[in-house]
Design a protein around this ligand. Structure first.
Ligand code: FES
Ligand SMILES: [Fe+2]
Length: 350
């Protein structure tokens, strides 16, 4: 099947569950895209380490003693263990399995018992490089060390964020929530790219945001969505603002206390994704207010999960050849489908 990269033709249902599509996506999309790892504050000091997954690929970002950011593959060159599993501060990176030890730049420094092997040389082993970049106080990683710089791809998005009057630059360490969801990653992205489902599925959210005034705008590499606070809802703070960055990152600010909320959708299997929510608040926001805010968004998320899992099962059943989009409300799904087709369409034949 030959596909026009600019086509907005919807994706076949099979593309949401076929393992060969998933494998091509890993290689051609997640192996070459910038993905959000966390906030720059999390790797501000020498020795700070932040592990992350770009799809199936474990990655690591470190700040070395010279102050440089290093991105690398977080897979030991010995027999493949992940080296750093939790954010933390280290002088060296020691693999927890047999103790091979790397510098913060990813070069192997020592391996136990290596003197017994005259053919072994630490110089022959280093963790493959990835790119890491700070952008608007956030930390992005790209497994492809030759990929174009992030700032060029995002262009005016930085200015658009600044205009929201939300403290993007004050992001410190987030409160993290992770959800494992039995659904293909594209179903989760689609769920955040349309609010057609909001009045029925999210009554509390729809009571706060005016869906009739919901708007969206596409750029080549990102999409902006927004909705004003509904008159008389009692909500405070800024209006809803969401930026989707291809392929799996969302940056949001929600009504309520000054906040930044990010979502990253990590595809771990054709039918399984990990959804990472990071919530950032200004220091002066009281804990009780933070808790109340998190509870509200936990409920919204719990409303979405069973529906996304249900869509996955329905599409995998083979009974619907392709989704029927309700335009213009679901226009952005067409944008996503065009990007996916453009990335993998010439390789996959169904
Ligand atoms: S797998 Fe890392 S030291 Fe053995
Ligand atoms: Fe939803």
């Amino acid at each position: 099947m030959t596909i026009d990269a600019t086509s907005r033709q919807v994706l076949p249902a099979q593309w949401y569950s076929d393992p060969s599509v998933f494998e091509i996506e890993q290689r051609r999309i997640f192996g070459h895209s910038w993905q959000l790892a966390g906030s720059a504050a999390q790797v501000a000091e020498p020795g700070d380490c932040l592990p992350f997954r770009a799809g199936e690929l474990p990655l690591l970002v470190t700040r070395d003693d010279a102050g440089a950011l290093n991105g690398m593959v977080n897979v030991c060159r010995h027999r493949g263990s992940e080296i750093v599993r939790e954010p933390g501060r280290h002088k060296r990176l020691q693999c927890p399995y047999h103790g091979w030890t790397y510098g913060l730049d990813g070069c192997l420094r020592a391996a136990p018992r290596s003197r017994e092997n005259p053919d072994f040389s630490v110089d022959r082993h280093r963790l493959p490089r990835a790119q890491a970049a700070e952008w608007s106080s956030m930390l992005f990683v790209n497994p492809d060390s030759d990929a174009p710089p992030l700032a060029g791809l995002l262009g005016e998005l930085g200015t658009i964020l600044d205009a929201t009057s939300v403290p993007w630059s004050a992001m410190g360490t987030p409160i993290r929530r992770e959800w494992e969801i039995q659904a293909n990653w594209k179903i989760l992205v689609e769920n955040y790219l349309e609010c057609y489902h909001c009045p029925l599925v999210h009554p509390s959210f729809s009571g706060v945001i005016d869906m009739d005034d919901f708007s969206w705008r596409e750029s080549e590499h990102f999409i902006i969505q927004g909705g004003p606070i509904r008159d008389g809802s009692g909500a405070t703070g800024s209006d809803l603002f969401t930026a989707y960055i291809w392929p799996n990152t969302f940056l949001n600010t929600y009504p309520g206390p000054a906040n930044v909320t990010t979502q990253v959708i990590v595809p771990v299997a054709p039918d399984r994704s990990v959804l990472i929510y990071d919530y950032y608040f200004l220091e002066e926001v009281e804990e009780a207010t933070q808790r109340e805010f998190l509870e509200f968004w936990d409920i919204v998320q719990q409303e979405d999960v069973p529906l996304c899992e249900s869509v996955h099962r329905g599409l995998a059943s083979g009974s619907l050849p392709e989704p029927n989009l309700m335009l213009p409300r679901e226009d952005l799904l067409g944008w996503l489908h065009g990007r996916v087709r453009g990335a993998i369409g010439d390789e996959f034949t169904s």
